[in-house]
Ligand binder design. Structure first.
Ligand SMILES: [Zn+2]
Length: 134
């Protein structure tokens, strides 16, 4: 699956629904697991908490396959005119990906556009910055 195909699939997941105090399915995410399986997710925002689309897709991957490695991931949002935007993972999702499997920090590629993709480690440059102080 190409990055453009991932973006296109993620955009089809978007079906925004206003909840009491949140928005559901405003963002869609597609990930390719380390074994090559494809998983999808949407954001679920409620008054009792928000789960980003990326974490929904990761949770589905773990639930369905007990797999933790992410090869590639993208998240997409649309404006009121239907224009598609690729959005970067929030800090919580970046750390979640890193914590899900220690290999992800080096092996996961985050798609940031149809022609830009970066390793997860580039989005978390200080992920292993634990400096003992004198
Ligand atoms: Zn997030």
């Amino acid at each position: 699956m190409t990055d453009i195909e991932m973006i296109t699939l993620a955009a089809t997941l978007i079906a925004s629904k206003q909840t009491k105090q949140g928005v559901v399915a405003d963002v869609g995410s597609v990930l390719i697991s380390a074994s090559g399986a494809v998983f999808t997710g949407v954001c679920v925002g409620t008054n009792s908490g928000t789960i980003c689309a990326e974490r929904t897709a990761i949770a589905k991957m773990i639930t369905d396959t007990q797999e933790y490695g992410i090869q590639r991931i993208v998240a997409v949002w649309k404006d009121a005119d239907g224009a598609v935007f690729v959005i970067p993972p929030c800090g919580y999702c970046r750390q979640f990906m890193a914590d899900t499997d220690p290999r992800n920090i080096h092996e996961t590629v985050v798609v940031l556009s149809h022609d830009v993709a970066v390793p997860l480690r580039d989005l978390l440059p200080y992920h292993d910055w634990w400096q003992r102080q004198p």
